[in-house]
Design a protein around this ligand. Structure first.
Ligand code: 26M
Length: 759
């Protein structure tokens, strides 16, 4: 009997051909879980614990089959029985355990850590609803709970339990594991997610994500980033964070003891990476455990923790830098508050600068400052970002601890974002380069084919095929069709003013006017957006509203619709990204310079053969360095200019709004045409905001952006030159493999030993 049919017989007592797609999904899930369980876990002495509030792992079936080396065998068996892998994958629910770049980065990192044979697990929380599901109604974002945990998830409940003590009560935890399989490695790591059995999803009703935030025993692990605009929400987030790190710290100590540590040498057994500051309470919690439970002197406990904890910063946006009122910590975890006060006092013996204080004058605890003083490494996520941290955001810290600062430019896993998402391109690369790139991620050999007409034609044909797949996906998800022969222009990421989706919307208004005036594009243009807005972020929801209204206006206008289509993809998530990115011709990376720490979507588009329209921000700067001026479309003010404008409070939106070329575009937001389709309050508010405030300077680069976009669409028409640029981009993308990033982390920060025995 074949591999798959053995499982279909065992589970459903029938052959593959008689199973439906969701039965076959269960069959493959059981098969992969068994194969994974057979693999030994990595067990080198020193182990990395990657703490993160988010792990945006996406669907796992095809990725796991790929990493197990079973993908081809399984698809062939299915095919022989008249089934197809794509349909079966539809039955898998995507876990909603993250919201954006930071969570997706954590998932890419786990894949690379396992694939490099390093011993490292992810530690986080098992949110029952995770991030909300986005639906559009009346051209607005509505959010509904996404109950992703079903009997067909990858979670495996373990027998581990810990007790987490708060001031007023204790909670007993349960631990769920998801196996993380390396690519063609015979070992595995794990993603370990903590939870409590008393959590009660039934307190959430279908149509609303509101709930009683004070009932911790029932709601602790329901949501990722519960709305913290009220005090109860803020407290709930502290309960969550402490729950994550207390469980994690206990697990780390248990595992080290089991391997023979005497705890004085804990740093030889464990290294902790904290993904932004959400897990920063692990520092005082680990000190508490070593000192108060295991009896080490407090000074020694502090030194040990300091020598084994490293922190990654993912943003310079002030509002995202966490500060907890000391009073909240005293109310929830008084022993932790005491340790923080001790750590603050200790640090104040050496530094009088109030900008370095862990506890500030308003009695707020600065989590980033705690992490820098009591960790041994702080890194930014792209060269420019790390420079900005050193030179402005964290300047005083850089002066205090220059040796702690380092850069680790982000990366993406090529297993998922090339091999899995774009199998036709991957197969063609095998043909041209041999298949060594699947391990090395070195695609530089492709550059030799830049001017090769056959290669250009083949890559173009692969792109057209991916557009057809995207079209099929969109028809299923939201009953929208796109034109396969159009230029596909994509901006997908969280909705935020600094990412400037509103600037692309203003460009669309420009293009709409232009087409109305009789200037027809050489071929149809499809502009696709995807992304969720935080529920409490009003302007971001207004931006979504504007895009949806524009989309409707254009679709209904027979003069414009044949040439321009605007689609906002509903519920943008990892699954949608698998279809959008391989189909894209143009990648929109247009953040206000200095604000996007790195971006990782930019890298995914590059390796899939899209050309980038970019500001000199985040990792765009490094993409530009790699491909050169001729192979990327750069526009806009540079980061130094923007940093200075903020420092001098010198930007005035009205200076730009009053320009002849800009005013009509902005005013169209409140034109009768749009008001007829939209909500007056939302459109007015957005209009007023752009005119009077425009804190993230959408108008400052608008004229240059419009010029650049026109140049890009023209450049597309010279197909051979365009394809040569595409080839150059793919050839240079190897640098952005997260395997490279993880090697860098390991060499400079973690110092883990590679498992050489199993691969
Ligand atoms: C903070 C306070 C309250 C609630 C939520 C938050 C919060 C949650 C997530 C703040 C920031 C969060 O994520 C930041 C993030 O995703 N940063 C992105 O990280 C990527 C990986 O390094 C980078 O590529 C992106 O540029 C960066 O925006």
């Amino acid at each position: 009997m074949t591999l798959v049919s053995k499982y279909s017989q065992a589970l459903y007592q029938k052959p593959i051909a008689d199973c439906n797609d969701s039965e076959l999904y269960q069959v493959l899930l059981a098969l992969v879980k068994d194969k994974a369980q057979d693999l030994p876990t990595n067990n080198q002495k020193k182990k990395l614990y990657y703490f993160s509030a988010e792990f945006l792992i996406g669907k796992l079936l095809s990725n796991n089959l790929l990493n197990l080396g079973l993908y081809d065998q399984v698809s062939q068996e299915l095919q022989a029985a008249g089934k197809n892998m794509m349909d079966i994958e539809d039955a898998e629910q995507e876990p909603s355990l993250g919201n954006g770049g930071l969570g997706r980065l954590a998932a890419c990192f786990l894949d690379s850590i396992a694939s490099l044979g390093l011993n490292g697990d992810g530690l986080g929380l098992n949110y029952h609803f995770g991030l909300f599901k986005q639906v559009f109604e009346a051209n607005e974002q509505k959010s509904i709970p996404d109950e992703w945990i079903t009997d067909s998830s990858w979670l495996v409940k373990s027998h581990h339990h810990y007790t987490v003590s708060y001031r007023d009560f204790d909670l007993e935890s349960s631990l769920y594991d998801i196996d993380v399989l390396g690519y063609e490695r015979n070992t595995r790591n794990r993603l370990r997610l903590f939870d409590i059995d008393s959590v009660n999803p039934k307190i959430i009703h279908d149509d609303s994500i509101d709930f009683d935030k004070t009932n911790i025993k029932e709601n602790l692990t329901l949501f990722l980033y519960p709305d913290d605009s009220d005090h109860a929400g803020e407290l709930l987030r502290v309960y969550q964070q402490y729950f994550m790190v207390s469980n994690g710290a206990q697990l780390i100590i248990d595992e080290a003891l089991a391997k023979g540590s005497n705890l004085h040498d804990l740093a030889d057994y464990a290294v902790i990476q904290i993904n932004d500051t959400h897990p920063a309470l692990v520092i005082p919690e680990m000190i508490r455990l070593l000192n108060q439970v295991h009896g080490l002197p407090v000074e020694e406990a502090v030194d040990i923790v300091k020598s084994m904890t490293a922190y990654t910063n993912h943003t310079i946006l002030a509002e995202a830098l966490e500060k907890w009122p000391l009073a909240d910590l005293e109310a929830i975890v008084p022993e932790i508050a005491d340790i923080i006060k001790y750590l603050d006092a200790r640090m104040k013996e050496n530094f009088i600068n109030p900008e370095l204080a862990i506890i500030d004058d308003l009695n707020r605890v600065h989590m980033a400052r705690l992490s820098i003083h009591y960790g041994y490494s702080i890194n930014g996520v792209a060269a420019l970002h790390t420079d900005i941290l050193k030179e402005s955001e964290l300047k005083d810290f850089y002066q205090a601890y220059p040796e702690k600062f380092n850069n680790k430019t982000n990366g993406i896993t090529f297993r998922r974002w090339l091999m899995d998402a774009n199998p036709d391109l991957a197969a063609y690369l095998d043909q041209l380069l041999g298949d060594q790139w699947r391990h090395s991620h070195d695609l530089s050999g492709l550059a030799a084919y830049q001017a090769d007409a056959d290669v250009q034609a083949k890559l173009d044909a692969i792109k057209v095929g991916n557009k057809a797949k995207l079209n099929h996906f969109l028809q299923g998800r939201m009953d929208v069709s796109i034109k396969d022969d159009s230029i596909i222009d994509v901006q997908i990421k969280r909705i935020h003013e600094y990412k400037r989706q509103q600037m692309l919307a203003l460009y669309i208004i420009h293009k709409y006017f232009d087409i109305k005036a009789g200037n027809k594009p050489a071929r149809p243009i499809t502009i696709l957006f995807g992304g969720k807005a935080a529920n409490a972020y009003t302007i971001a929801r207004d931006i979504i509203h504007l895009i949806l209204c524009l989309s409707e206006l254009i679709a209904k206008d027979p003069e414009v619709a044949p040439y321009l289509q605007v689609v906002m993809v509903e519920n943008y998530n990892v699954t949608a990204a698998h279809y959008l990115i391989p189909a894209a011709d143009i990648s929109e990376q247009i953040s206000l310079a200095s604000k996007e720490a790195s971006g990782t979507g930019n890298m995914k588009f590059m390796v899939n053969g899209a050309l980038t329209v970019a500001t000199m921000d985040g990792a765009n700067v490094e993409i530009h360095d790699l491909v050169g001026d001729d192979n990327i479309f750069i526009f806009g003010k540079d980061s130094q200019t923007i940093v200075d404008l903020y420092a001098n409070n010198a930007y005035r939106a009205s200076d730009y709004y009053e320009k002849e070329s800009i005013k009509p575009l902005v005013d169209f937001i409140v034109s009768p045409d749009l008001l007829a389709l939209g909500n007056e309050e939302r459109l007015n508010r957005l209009h007023q905001d752009i005119i009077n405030k425009d804190y993230f300077m959408a108008l400052i680069d608008l004229e240059e952006f419009i010029e650049t976009k026109e140049k890009v669409y023209q450049a597309y028409e010279d197909r051979s030159t365009w394809m040569a640029k595409v080839i150059k981009n793919i050839a240079q993308a190897g640098y952005f493999s997260s395997d490279r990033t993880i090697r860098d982390y390991n060499q400079d920060i973690w110092h883990l030993e590679e498992n050489k025995s199993a691969n």
